[in-house]
Design a protein around this ligand. Structure first.
Ligand SMILES: Cc1cc2nc3c(=O)[nH]c(=O)nc-3n(C[C@H](O)[C@H](O)[C@H](O)COP(=O)(O)O)c2cc1C
Length: 199
């Protein structure tokens, strides 16, 4: 197998997409689309002891970052094929520049532990409390967070059904390379900016 040197990027090692939910000052929700997201292990601390956490990198200045800094909490809602048109719209529409960004909304619920907006149609919603913000460069910031609450579609918890069947039923969307969305079973779901045309 010959390997060639390429641009440093993650085209064939993509991340899953999440919609981060925050409450604005007037109590209405804002959602943005994010993929620079992975997991960390958090240990005994003021946030409730050992447990899974996440690292979320937010580039540039944007409404989601403003609100995460202000509130210290946000939700991460897994994007599915059903949610993709809305997610693509949230990823291509700047909240700071568009007061009417939330003219398209999913079914919004309040977190079970934190005061964060979650999406009923998303099969997995994590409620995240920021433990630390790391400033890497101008506009590039990583938020280390603890998962302090999580809700999941009830049928996904039924262990009588093999894990792989439940996994496939979720229909997660990956941020594949070359600015395309990819299904978890390898189908092309369109270029960034395309799925929102179905809204
Ligand atoms: C597929 C996709 C993935 C994205 N992932 C990220 C990300 O991980 N970090 C980031 O800062 N912006 C990311 N964005 C851009 C944000 O979604 C965009 O800045 C959006 O305007 C954020 O919402 P807001 O302006 O309401 O905060 C992504 C956009 C797309 C289309």
């Amino acid at each position: 197998m010959t390997k060639v040197q390429v641009k440093n990027w993650n085209d064939f090692c993509p991340q899953q997409l999440f919609l981060y939910g925050t409450y604005k000052e007037d109590g209405t929700p804002n959602f943005g689309l994010f993929c620079w997201f992975s997991y960390i292990w958090t240990t005994e601390d003021e946030y409730g002891g050992d447990g899974l956490g996440v690292m979320a990198c937010i580039g540039g200045e944007k409404l989601t970052k403003d609100l995460i800094r202000k509130n210290g909490v946000f939700s991460a809602n897994l994007v599915t094929e059903e949610l993709l048109p809305l997610a693509d719209y949230y990823g291509g529409t700047e909240g700071r520049a568009h007061d009417d960004k939330m003219k398209f909304v999913p079914t919004v619920e309040k977190g079970v532990v934190l005061n964060v907006p979650t999406i009923a149609e998303s099969p997995v919603s994590m409620e995240l409390k920021v433990m630390q913000e790391i400033n890497l460069a101008s506009g590039s910031d990583v938020f280390l967070c603890k998962i302090v609450g999580e809700t999941m579609r009830e049928d996904l918890t039924n262990k009588d059904v093999p894990f792989i069947e439940r996994f496939k039923s979720v229909k997660q969307v990956l941020a594949g390379g070359e600015e395309r969305y990819v299904s978890n079973d390898g189908r092309d779901l369109g270029a960034w900016g395309e799925p929102m045309k179905n809204l």
